[in-house]
Design a protein around this ligand. Structure first.
Ligand code: AMP
Length: 195
């Protein structure tokens, strides 16, 4: 599938090791070089700012969506192609999803996980068929991967829904996987076999 715009979820903090910042830079640059527009939370802080700066420096397009209430805390980025200031966090997330053809999570905290899981559950319910991926920097997401496998094993998540989330260590490979992803034919509540 053609991916014109990709939403990047990531930490509003830089993390404990320079490797996170380096990965954010590499992703922002790679998206720009591939002609993919970056959609993100609009902040200038942490990995958010790093992704945006790297994509802009490489000649890419970056659209930030930030709620009014966070414009000061996350320091609304003033050097983007466009910064949209919206009324609430819910509007931010809906707008980021609407503008994007796929979603990538870099390392981050609760906000990053919340954004990733929300958009993943929307996909699981069949509200959209857009691919999702984790950029696994330094094994950051390995334990989450193990826990997600546990959810499948314990029959709280279906294997095809687990399979909606791609994981890769490089932007290039992750983009390749997202482009070749095939939407599942089974929304959560359809075809359910009796337990
Ligand atoms: P974090 O991963 O906690 O550093 O947050 C990364 C981004 O997620 C920040 O821009 C947060 O504003 C955003 N975020 C989105 N939804 C939420 C939420 N429900 N709670 C906290 N942060 C959120």
């Amino acid at each position: 599938m053609t991916l014109r715009s990709i939403c990047v979820f990531c930490g509003a903090s830089p993390g404990a090791h320079p490797i996170y910042r380096q990965a954010a830079e590499a992703l922002g640059r790679h998206l720009a070089e591939q002609g993919v527009r970056v959609i993100y939370g609009g902040g200038a802080v942490g990995l958010m700012g790093v992704v945006a700066d790297a994509a802009m420096a490489a000649g890419g397009e970056v659209v930030g969506i930030i709620p009014q209430s966070l414009e000061r805390a996350e320091i609304g980025h003033t050097g983007l192609t466009r910064l949209e200031v919206v009324d609430t966090m819910h509007t931010r997330k809906a707008r980021m999803a609407e503008l994007s053809d796929a979603f990538i999570a870099l390392p981050g905290g609760l906000g990053t996980l919340e954004e990733l899981f929300e958009v993943w559950t929307w996909g699981q319910l069949g509200y959209h068929s857009k691919p999702l991926g984790l950029l696994d920097v330094n094994g950051f997401y390995a334990k989450l991967g193990d826990f997600l496998d546990h959810l499948v094993q314990e029959r709280f998540v279906r294997a095809e829904h687990r399979g909606m989330l791609q994981l890769s260590e490089t932007p290039d490979d992750l983009l390749h996987k997202l482009r070749h992803w095939q939407p599942s034919v089974a929304p959560k509540w359809v075809d359910r076999q009796p337990e």
